[in-house]
Design a protein around this ligand. Structure first.
Ligand SMILES: *[C@@H]1O[C@H](CO)[C@@H](O)[C@H](O)[C@H]1NC(C)=O
Ligand SMILES: *[C@@H]1O[C@H](CO)[C@@H](O)[C@H](O)[C@H]1NC(C)=O
Ligand SMILES: *[C@@H]1O[C@H](CO)[C@@H](O)[C@H](O)[C@H]1NC(C)=O
Ligand SMILES: [Cu+2]
Length: 382
């Protein structure tokens, strides 16, 4: 009896891919062209804006900030964002006793290093990184006067042409270019072709930047260890792991937050209809950039691209939540990576640590980007 029922249930799920009434079904061509994710992004945008419209205090509609894909920002904002980061690299560190932390920018590496075992592959991953991006947005405004648009990067728009991307082309309106081509630079992920860089940044923004702390493999990761900033743009990883199809599939085939967050992080979970997600778009986006600190699990937060990459992860979460808002304000898991060592199941009132950069907050307060939280933003589809 069971063996007959099971396949029937699976077929029903596939055919009715509309898990929630608001999610349309798409053809493969619509998914691959980006038409699907833009449509989903628009539904999410409208849903979130409708909530802001109803608000009478806090995040009211006139206060909502619109986050945009890098290429949809004005040239002034692209440059302003990049100069804001350069400004943080010159502002003083807020850590008192970390020898290697020489700037407010370095603080991001220190905090991410401390928190790594508690904010990945667990209940905090999505909301902690959502808040982290907001902390940067706040620092850019409060310490460096940048009040413009906060960006995200849709990886799939550039896979195959990474060094022509307006984000990575090395122009003064980019986040700098590729690293010097180094022969036999090996991708951090097995099976992929090598990247096209691997060495120090050749020119453009951040080519004079020094990476002061890390790598995590060093015996003293927080000691002062100045070295050049490297990138190794990798089109093959981008195409295989962070394409528009890969991103859209996660949105379409995951109906619980447990499956959604695992799919993004490549934890080998299966989605609706048995869908698989490979090594996940989170790794895909990170290793499309690669380099040092870009491919360092702990210190990648020192790569400016980290925040646009996590902007896209947060945008995926924003879209996914708003496709079925009433049901998608939940968390799943504990406060340790893969629950090792075992820790209590996380609850919404749990604290998330951001000291000394900004005050701590709770998971509940990070749940809605337009709700009763410090945030007040939506993501515009590209
Ligand atoms: C974003 O930029 C792309 C490419 O320049 C353009 O086709 C698209 O219409 C823009 N989208 C928005 C929402 O402005
Ligand atoms: C990611 O997308 C590409 C096409 O864009 C596809 O070849 C690949 O199989 C996808 N990966 C997964 C894990 O679905
Ligand atoms: C902030 O959170 C961290 C980690 O949860 C905790 O150790 C620290 O005590 C908290 N600090 C404050 C001021 O609440
Ligand atoms: Cu992280």
């Amino acid at each position: 009896m069971l063996s007959i029922l099971k396949p029937v249930a699976a077929v029903a799920l596939l055919a009715g891919a509309a898990i929630s009434a608001t999610i349309p079904t798409f053809t493969q061509a619509q998914i691959d062209s980006g038409e699907a994710i833009r449509k989903l992004g628009q539904i999410a945008y409208d849903t979130a804006m409708a909530r802001a419209e109803k608000a009478t205090t806090g995040c009211t509609k006139d206060k909502v900030r619109i986050r945009k894909e890098w290429r949809n920002m004005t040239m002034a904002d692209r440059k302003g964002f990049q100069e804001g980061i350069t400004c943080l690299m010159k502002a003083p560190s807020r850590y008192k006793n970390i020898a290697g932390a020489r700037s407010a920018w370095d603080d991001y590496g220190v905090l991410h290093h401390y928190e790594t075992p508690f904010v990945h592959n667990n209940a905090l991953f999505l909301l902690w990184h959502r808040h982290y991006n907001w902390v940067l947005e706040t620092d850019l405004e409060q310490l460096c006067g940048y009040k413009g648009v906060f960006p995200y990067w849709e990886w799939g728009l550039d896979c195959g042409n990474l060094d022509k991307s307006p984000l990575w082309d090395g122009s003064e309106y980019s986040l700098g270019g590729n690293g010097e081509a180094v022969k036999n630079s090996r991708p951090a992920i097995g099976g992929a072709k090598p990247g096209s860089g691997g060495g120090c940044l050749k020119s453009g923004p951040f080519s004079a930047m020094k990476v002061n702390i890390g790598p995590v493999t060093s015996r003293t990761p927080l000691a002062f260890n100045p070295r050049c900033f490297k990138r190794d743009l990798n089109d093959d990883i981008c195409r295989r792991m962070a394409s528009i199809r890969n991103t859209t599939d996660v949105l379409l085939y995951t109906s619980t937050v447990a499956v959604f967050q695992s799919a993004i992080q490549g934890e080998g979970v299966r989605g609706d209809g048995g869908k698989t997600f490979g090594m996940g778009v989170h790794s895909g986006g990170h290793f499309a950039i690669s380099g040092d600190p870009g491919s360092d699990f702990h210190f990648s937060a020192l790569e400016p691209g980290f925040y646009l990459h996590h902007g896209n992860i947060d945008r995926m979460h924003f879209i996914w939540q708003n496709l079925d808002w009433e049901k998608r304000q939940t968390i799943s898991g504990t406060g340790t990576m893969y629950n090792m060592p075992p820790s209590p199941v996380s609850v919404l009132t749990d604290n998330m640590g951001f000291e000394p950069l900004h005050r701590n907050t709770t998971l509940a307060k990070a749940m809605d980007t337009v709700g009763n939280s410090p945030f007040c933003y939506v993501y515009e589809p590209w």
